[in-house]
Design a protein around this ligand. Sequence first.
Ligand code: ATP
Ligand code: MG
Length: 521
Amino acid sequence: LPVHEAVLGEAARYGDAPALVDGVTGESLSYRELIAAVGRTAAGLAEAGVRQGDVVALHSPNSIVYPVALYGCSRAGATVTTVSSLATPEELATQLRDSGARWILTASALLPVSLAAVAQLADPQIREVILLDTPAAPPAPAADAAAAPTLRTLADLLASTAPEPVVTIEPGVDLAVLPYSSGTTGLPKGVMLTHRSVATNLAQVQAVHPTEPGERLIAVLPFFHIYGLCALLHRPLRAGATVVVLPRFDLEQFLRTLQDQRIEGVLVAPPIVLALAKHPLVDSFDLSSVRYVLSAAAPLDADLAAACAARLGLPTVHQGYGMTELSPATHLVPLDDPEPSPGAVGRLIASTELRVLSVDDPGRDLGVGESGEILIRGPQVMKGYFGRPGDTDAMIDAEGWLHTGDIGRMDERGYLHIVDRVKELIKYKGYQVAPAELEALLLTHPQIADAAVVGVTDEDGTERPKAFVVRAPGSGLTEPEVIEFVAARVAPYKKVRAVDFLTAVPKSASGKILRRELRGR
Ligand code: ATP
Ligand code: MG
């Protein structure tokens, strides 16, 4: 089925139950209202000229109308390319050019970024910019009014009296979404995900991590990233759950929303698990409604997970593993798993194959307990990188195996443990040091609030681990103390050789440490 049908095809039976609630204003959309709005939006888009196969850029922070735009585009046969709401005009222009988008759906707060990006494009590529909200004041006319795209609002689309467009989607061929990878290790690349790969993954994940009708989830992770898109829109809306939406992460607002909205499902990335485990503010809120915490998108240390679980009175913090190129999930700790392996990202989901391949001895398959590169084959593997056949061939081999670039190992009980990315490993005199391991160790220090480790190359050409540390409030921790703390706990080749103190570790919107940025300092 096309994704919008897989998600909303049977949603009518949830009727007046709330599908989405704005965690700030309390505004909500029932399932009935959502379905009606999606239909009108599709009609309005078709009337505006959107045709099957067109690419529409969705450039907005989380809001309750985000899925109206998303599924409206899908229903009109368009492919949505989701754009980070933190993108600069340059980054947006790059994605618009690369994806060939002809429409932009945005929010009035981001309109200046959208217009600046449009102005950077050589061709009059963008036909229209559509605002998802109604601006308080009418937007100022563009300097070059003739070259500026037409501007209208979602309200205009919703008012359309045109019939809904009739499109025939081929789920195995047509693209549901064209998200861009996070750009952690290089430039973000457009990832072609068909309706079939996304819809299949929804079912694969639901089988081990079921969302219940009426379940209340918090959506603070961005919808533009594949994790938020699938885990916080597609899956809950398909299940008849209620998604409480926050436009950005603010710890106090997040905690208050968990409490006041009686949130049960908390799907987040490691920085929020860190806050839940360590931040003093957490004790001021009643978080007893929370039934589970799921962490994915970046390495999570077992001790930190245990500290978070203990503080919330949960048996464990569940993990999941995936990547944009995998629609996105391949591993999850099943929700009803009585005794998951500490630190594991989960078990392989149905209809998916895995290999662990030696990094030192390319081509050799490894067994239980041995660390190597994770390869995945299954229906959730992307069609390829958009417009980059060379990159696609470097990622997916002739037999259909996707080379993840992540190092991991299987344990005796069939759980996968992620060690780090191949690209992030620090090569110190022939040894390999995983930054994630040192970061996890640093976080166990009571005076360390956050930490990141990168390899820095010295004049002699040797790469050495360097730590960037955020001190806990009031701490006077010094460089020698940090070096000594690590040295007492790891093999000599893993020692941290230098320390810098920061006020915050730079992280992407999807929760990943921006090591490239740290290396540049
Ligand atoms: P780019 O590919 O553009 O450099 P990216 O790989 O960060 O960016 P995403 O697709 O958002 O883009 O992230 C996928 C990556 O996130 C995985 O390859 C893996 O390194 C990491 N990841 C996801 N889940 C986990 C997890 N549970 N534990 C450790 N790492 C994880
Ligand atoms: Mg990647």
